[in-house]
Design a protein around this ligand. Sequence first.
Ligand SMILES: Cc1cc2nc3c(=O)[nH]c(=O)nc-3n(C[C@H](O)[C@H](O)[C@H](O)COP(=O)(O)OP(=O)(O)OC[C@H]3O[C@@H](n4cnc5c(N)ncnc54)[C@H](O)[C@@H]3O)c2cc1C
Length: 415
Amino acid sequence: MGSPDVVVIGAGAAGIIAAWRSASLGARTLLVEKTPRIGTKIRISGGGKCNITHDGPIEEVLRAFRPNEARFIRPACYRFTNRQIVEMLTSRGLRVYTRPDGCIFPVDQTAKDVVAILEAYLREAGVELCLDCPVRGIEAMDGAISGVRTVDRIGCRRVVLAVGGSSYSASGTTGDGFVWARALGHTVVKVRAALAPIMLPIPGLEQLVGVALRDVRLKARSRGKEIARWDGDLLFTHRGVSGPTVLGLSRAVAEAVEAGPVLLEVDCLPDHSFESVGAEVRSWCETNPRKQISGVLEGRLPRSAASSVLAAAGVEGTTAAAQTPQKQRNRLVETLKGWRLGEVGEVWLEKGEVVAGGVSLDEVDSQTMRSRKCNGLYLCGEVLDIAGPVGGYNLHAAFATGYVAGETAARDALG
Ligand SMILES: Cc1cc2nc3c(=O)[nH]c(=O)nc-3n(C[C@H](O)[C@H](O)[C@H](O)COP(=O)(O)OP(=O)(O)OC[C@H]3O[C@@H](n4cnc5c(N)ncnc54)[C@H](O)[C@@H]3O)c2cc1C
């Protein structure tokens, strides 16, 4: 290749699709990637299975995002839909299924097979791939792109910035894009953890590590006010909590914790009212007066979680049900409906599936992904201030914005 028409920096979800689209339109396209392989983060996505995208009408998919983010990615999601990415993969032999919650996964293949198919698309489109090649900077002159620095200098007038965020830094994403975007005149919205585990000191945590609570409701409170809630499973880890409920809340918690203490609380029985739990405990005690009070939690909570709930309620588990004072039974009901785990220490950005924050959406044209600050610069994927929930939304946002960025860069280059 002589000098490229378009240089795409970062071979993640956004960069791969951008490079493929750009080359398919006839632009000489160079895809430069820091790590030794493409799709490094796709390979670890969905626990190695890859939740490719989310099923359903686009408007429904968009509702999962914050309103300003949904507004921004709407044109791109219509240009390159969830159906299109699925067709792109299934037409090359990937078999997929849609879970009842709308998440789309490969059936018997894995994230590696998804990447292999994307790699074949790049090859066929004639994308030149440069792996193990960290970009060190982007050059601009008079408000327009003039080149990219690796070990060498690559002269070019169109650069697609697709270097992702800054979590899971071992996968190549070390926040380089934020620094360059700022230098090129962009505002970078404060980068915070999202879809991340939460560290907090929980009394007796050692006994709880590895324990999962199913179908609970996790709530976060700040200054006594509930700021977020999420239903699903919760997992105790060496440092605190993780699992779908925690990832779901983490962005709101990361924001709130800057303003003051945030407390986490679990409703262990969200489908039962306070009154009905009270009635169940009463009736169990009447039927089983000689049994230890801890038995009331059997079948409701894993054993070690039950001990922690009893301890948090100040109830001695070995006391016979009939001997357990009413006050203690009431406290047990209160704890089942609102087990205070403690005060959040930190939301663990490095272990987040995405980061919130990034290049300000106001400074990028959502129809084209062109930078409004620097001519010849296009931005896509997680480097932008977008962070959807778990469910295939983030990969889709990256694929869709990448498609538009690659297309515009190629069209601008080819005149
Ligand atoms: C553990 C985990 C599981 C996840 N599971 C899912 C899931 O199942 N479904 C879902 O929708 N989302 C999932 N996500 C989120 C999803 O992977 C990201 O939102 C998505 O990969 C973002 O795409 P991107 O192309 O913007 O960035 P990335 O995929 O992160 O790609 C950026 C690329 O740029 C490269 N790069 C960085 N700096 C440079 C440089 N200086 N020079 C050259 N190259 C550079 C990086 O090496 C990287 O390959 C998961 C994330 C993680 C961490």
